[in-house]
Write a new protein. Structure first.
Length: 159
């Protein structure tokens, strides 16, 4: 259940308290979310970052490494080790694009494709763990996506 937003502190120094930091609220919520995902993903043989890659491929099988990276906000240096492990576990194939040898395409193996039906139990379990109704989860997700987009558009702050 979403809680009412606290009032902004009147004292400017109070903004420097940890509990008033948006960044810490997002960070600690992310850590808690990852902890909830772990026991759900272990039976699937996936880590959380691998699960994110699989979500992209279940939506768009055969996309390029750069497309997956752009979708997840990860560079190829971060993605390559994830993909090597997914390939070693028989979930994904990395193939050179016949039209452009520089491009790496990612294809689900039959095992990787079949994993999608087993992963279908994960989102409802996360919804239950969150204590939020589905409409609240949708609204929160949309708001966080909007926040992310605004932050990506923001110019770097001056030191």
């Amino acid at each position: 259940m979403l809680m009412a937003m606290p009032r902004a502190p009147a004292d400017p120094d109070a903004w420097l308290r940890l509990d008033h930091q948006l960044c810490f609220a997002l960070y600690s919520a992310s850590l808690a979310m990852t902890r909830v995902y772990k026991p759900l993903l272990d039976p699937l043989g996936l880590t959380y970052p691998q699960y994110l890659v699989m979500l992209v491929l279940w939506e768009t099988d055969g996309c390029s490494l750069s497309q997956v990276g752009a979708r997840l906000g990860l560079d190829s240096g971060t993605l390559t080790p994830l993909l090597k492990r997914l390939e070693a576990s028989g979930r994904v194939q990395r193939l050179r694009d016949a039209d452009d040898e520089r491009r790496v395409l990612l294809r689900l193996t039959p095992s990787g494709g079949a994993l999608e039906s087993r992963a279908a139990s994960v989102p409802p379990a996360i919804a239950g763990a969150s204590g939020c109704r589905l409409d609240e989860i949708g609204a929160l997700t949309a708001r966080l996506q909007s926040l992310r987009d605004e932050l990506l558009r923001a110019p770097p702050a001056a030191a």
